[in-house]
Design a binder for this molecule. Structure first.
Ligand SMILES: [Zn+2]
Length: 229
């Protein structure tokens, strides 16, 4: 399987299964270590989202691009699809969802996480919203603990690529990335690969995406926080 397929979510050969999730084989020991550390601090670290295939990301994209799934503004509030131009649609999707083939979730090294012990009741559905992970939100204490682990280099190689608003993807405190794997993959993922991926995709608003491909690559893909270690 070529690295193009792996980088763009078209291959599953690098994956293993764990707790009903698919993830990169080489991340598993460190993830277990981080879960053990969390347990020691009274948290139950669970995966909300792990590996995502190209097809799955394409579904998300096309549903949002055709108004079947809600589009959100920068603060996470729903937008009125009917009033948006195609360009506004594309960039509001990109604020919260990656272009199919260019999601870090394709790599199996990145996860959306939550603390099961902080869930207020069994019927509560985890949303992964800015409110939930804010200091006063239900996951506030958990993420404060994780911040400390990262700052003290005790987070087993995990860090937050979307910790701050860098103008592209919205801050996503629930998203963590395993630097020893994701770093080299990011390095390998060139603009040429990005373009080839779009060309091969059956993507809604594809022409517009191609017109803006360099801006999207720079501002919504390559523009992530570096690991702190
Ligand atoms: Zn994520």
């Amino acid at each position: 399987m070529s690295s193009f397929d792996l980088l763009t979510g078209r291959s599953a050969s690098h994956l293993t299964s764990y707790q009903n999730h698919l993830l990169h084989k080489k991340v598993l020991p460190s993830l277990k270590k981080l879960q053990k550390l969390a347990a020691g601090a009274g948290f139950n670290l669970q995966l909300g989202s792990s590996y995502r295939s190209f097809e799955k990301q394409l579904d998300i994209w096309n549903n949002k691009a055709t108004g079947k799934k809600a589009l959100l503004d920068s603060k996470g509030h729903a937008l009125n699809f009917e009033t948006l131009s195609k360009e506004e649609i594309v960039f509001s999707i990109l604020r919260w969802s990656a272009l199919p083939g260019a999601s870090r979730h394709h790599w199996g090294s990145d996860f959306d996480i939550y603390d099961l012990n902080s869930v207020p009741s069994p019927d509560y559905k985890i949303q992964l919203t800015p409110e939930e992970v804010s200091p006063s939100g239900i996951m506030g204490l958990f993420h404060h603990w994780l911040d400390q682990q990262i700052a003290e280099k005790k987070s087993c190689g995990f860090y937050r690529p979307y910790q701050k608003d860098l103008g592209g993807v919205a801050p996503e405190r629930w998203h963590i990335s395993y630097a020893p794997l994701a770093g080299p993959m990011m390095e390998e993922y060139s603009y040429q690969i990005f373009l080839k991926n779009i060309t091969l995709s059956n993507l809604a608003n594809k022409e517009l995406v191609l017109d803006h491909s360099l801006k999207i690559y720079c501002e919504y893909f390559a523009n992530v926080a570096p690991p702190l270690f």
